[in-house]
Each structure stands twice: as C-alpha cells, then as structure tokens.
Design a protein around this ligand. Structure first.
Ligand SMILES: O=C(CO)[C@H](O)[C@H](O)COP(=O)(O)O
Length: 213
C-alpha cells in the first residue's frame, strides 16, 4: 500500500478517538489533513479544535470547524498529529512542517496524544530524519556551533520562517540513542525555542495506517 493510502487510513482511523463535546488538538501535515477532512463530518458533535499551525487553521475553518484558543480551551482530552519518525517506544521526531513549537505545546496540554503515520516513519533508532530545531533568528549561528560540538551537522532551512517568526535548523548525522537526554540538553541551549524530539512527552497511541501499535 502506498504511503498516501496509509496516511489516509491513519487520518480516518483517528476519528474513533474523538468523543462528543470534545475540543480536539489538531497537528499539522499531509496525514493530519486527512484527519481534518474526516473531522468535518463530526463538526456538529464537537466544540471545536485547537490548531497547531496557520495551515491547519485555514483547513479547519474552510470546513466549518470552529478554531479555539488554547488559553480559553484549557486542558485537552485529545491531540491528533503526524510525525516524521517514530521509534518502538512511541518517541518521535517532528517538525518537518516547521510547526513543532505549537505542536509541542498542544501535546503537553493533551491527556492523550494519538500519532498518525504511514509505515515509512517507523524506525528502530531516531535520527535518520534530520532533527528540526526552531531557533530565535539571531541565535542561528550560535546554536549551529553548539550542535557541531555535539557532532551534529546543522543545516539552516533557508527561506522558512515559522508561524512564530523564527527559523529552523535541521540537524543531520545523529543516531539518537538517548532521545530523552538529548532533548533536555538541546532545550538548554540559549536561542533554542523548541527541539523536534518528542521523547519526554511521547505519543500515547500510534496508528500506522489503521493499525494501532
Ligand atoms: O511534524 C510535523 C509538522 O511540523 C508533521 O507531523 C510531520 O512533518 C509529518 O508530516 P506528514 O504527515 O506530511 O508526513
């Protein structure tokens, strides 16, 4: 089965976690787009969605799904989002779509994080996909030098500005044997806004196509 078909299956399968009256946290990306399409059928049974990006906000609004502010929504029961890599412990690399900061905030606010992926995203060890890091623009070179000291190869995602007005560095060449430790270490660097490692707050459920693992 193609990746696109598995993404569609995962997006549609995630609907079964949506409860009546819920405010649903919604991630970003092509897999999430299938979820949003399916969520539109339930729009009269939910209060609305908290969105992780301008892209998802536009999609939700186009389909008539109310988009709510996280501060007003409070704790969320459910967050649905894709990933760029997923290891056997449901730890993730995210941020391929540059939405990692708001994604991490919503994941932290949600009781249950259901991650929807196709099988190409499954890895034994995180790091094949370059690790995205959102940085304050003036700290780009500083953070890059710190990454080189940690044996990573930083590549500036030239031309990309995040929804928060920041820049993205993609780190190549890491085999991430201890993602919890690395996430903590990178979080400490001055100028780092968010690291695309979701290891301290991994997914609770992963759907690979319509198969829950
Ligand atoms: O983290 C993300 C955006 O920041 C996405 O979830 C990730 O890039 C996967 O995208 P797709 O579903 O298009 O493969």
């Amino acid at each position: 089965m193609s990746n696109a078909n598995e993404k569609r299956q995962a997006g549609e399968a995630a609907i079964r976690y949506v409860e009546d009256g819920a405010i649903v946290g919604v991630g970003t990306g092509s897999t999430v787009a299938f979820f949003i399409d399916a969520l539109a059928d339930l729009r009269d049974r939910i209060q609305g969605a908290v969105s992780s990006s301008e892209q998802s906000t536009a999609h939700l609004k186009k389909l008539g799904i109310p988009v709510l502010d996280l501060n007003a929504a409070g704790p969320l029961s459910l967050y649905i989002d894709g990933a760029d890599e997923c290891d056997p412990h449901k730890r993730l690399i995210k941020g391929g779509g540059a939405a990692l900061t708001r994604e991490k905030i919503i994941a932290a606010a949600a009781q249950k994080f259901v991650c929807i992926i196709d099988s190409s995203k499954q890895v034994d060890l995180l790091g094949r996909f370059p690790l995205p890091i959102e940085v304050i623009p003036m700290a780009r070179s500083l953070v890059g030098r710190e990454i080189v000291k940690l044996d990573g190869q930083p590549v500036w995602r030239d031309g990309v500005v995040t929804d928060n007005g920041n820049w993205i560095i993609d780190v190549h060449g890491w085999r991430i044997t201890d993602p919890v430790e690395l996430e903590g270490k990178l979080n400490q660097l001055a100028g780092v806004v968010t690291v695309g490692l979701f290891a301290r707050r991994p997914a609770d459920v992963v759907l690979v196509g319509d198969r829950e693992i």
